[in-house]
Design a protein around this ligand. Structure first.
Ligand SMILES: C[S@@+](CC[C@H](N)C(=O)[O-])C[C@H]1O[C@@H](n2cnc3c(N)ncnc32)[C@H](O)[C@@H]1O
Length: 284
């Protein structure tokens, strides 16, 4: 019988995923194999020649079978790495996206001490930022109480639970105080674009996390209307956007009296984040 090694089974898994049209077969096979072996994906290279035992092999096969039905890898293995930390996910939260790390990078480019994250989902934005800034504190909100349960869990895992309060809130409705950094990755897919999404997204991410059921700009209107009163003078606002929404969101922020409005690309060169700042005197 042929020897079953991590390497041979990775090749088998990647081929099977490629054959059904999965776009990232090698990467997916590696993430599923790492989960089956119970090791971090970046340790896999050390085990390529190891023989794979029956338990791990059948776990891997089970994971592949789920992936063959277009279940996303993060949902199969229960989470994903975001900004270097593992975030648990459930059906109540968006699977955190690598593009959102653009917002993290911009947020960390300046100091902040009080953070507000609107629509926190798994908590990946607020928790990453607080983990990187040991003195900062924050509030993270969501309309979904089930999402907040996952975010609380992740906050405990990453040791920031004492510095973040999780609140159920419809954007700013349940929030008080002022913040020198407000961040959000709100639902921004227009209702008419929902049918064009990949099945991994359309059938697995919560609808509340994806779309406003309208033109995709509802959340930005609420955030633009509320942000000036919740930002400290000079405080920053950073929101993730869909790649065609830069001009519209920038216009909403300017109309709300915010300053230094700018659109920033992600690593693929697509518009991904809009930043703005409350003036030093500005709106009260
Ligand atoms: C695109 S997901 C982003 C989740 C997470 N911040 C991330 O980047 O992975 C948008 C989040 O906004 C939440 N949400 C939707 N409508 C909301 C509202 N009216 N008020 C507050 N949060 C809302 C959803 O439940 C979801 O968790």
């Amino acid at each position: 019988m042929t020897r079953r090694t991590v390497q041979t089974e990775l090749a088998f898994g990647a081929d099977s995923l490629r054959n059904i049209g999965i776009e990232t077969p090698e990467r997916d096979a590696r993430r599923l194999m790492a989960a089956a072996l119970g090791i971090p994906p970046d340790r896999l290279a050390l085990h390529l020649r190891d023989e794979i035992d029956d338990d791990a092999f059948y776990r891997y096969l089970g994971f592949l079978e789920e992936r063959w039905t277009r279940e996303p890898v993060a949902r199969i293995v229960g989470g994903r790495l975001f900004w270097g930390r593992w975030f648990h996910i459930s059906e109540a939260v968006l699977d955190p996206r690598p593009e959102t790390e653009t917002l993290i990078e911009l947020a960390l480019s300046e100091p902040f001490s009080e953070l507000l994250d609107l629509g926190t989902g798994s908590g990946c934005i607020a928790i990453s930022l607080l983990a990187e800034r040991g003195e900062a504190i924050g509030i993270a909100t969501d309309l979904s109480e089930s999402a907040l349960e996952i975010a609380r869990w992740n906050a405990r895992e990453h040791g920031v639970e004492q510095r973040v309060a999780f609140e159920t809130s419809d954007w700013f409705a349940g929030v008080g105080g002022r913040y020198d950094l407000i961040v959000s990755n709100p639902p921004y897919i227009a209702a008419e674009e929902m049918d064009c999404l990949a099945p991994e997204v359309r059938d697995h991410d919560p609808h509340l996390a994806l779309t406003d059921g309208a033109d995709g700009l509802t959340a930005y209107r609420a955030i633009a209307a509320g942000a000036p009163a919740y930002l400290t003078p000079g405080g920053r606002l950073l929101v993730e956007i869909g790649y065609r929404q830069g001009p519209a969101v920038a216009q909403l922020f300017k109309a709300a009296g915010l300053e230094d409005v700018a659109v920033h690309p992600d690593l693929d060169g697509r518009d991904r984040v809009v930043s703005a700042r409350r003036g030093q005197t500005g709106v009260s």
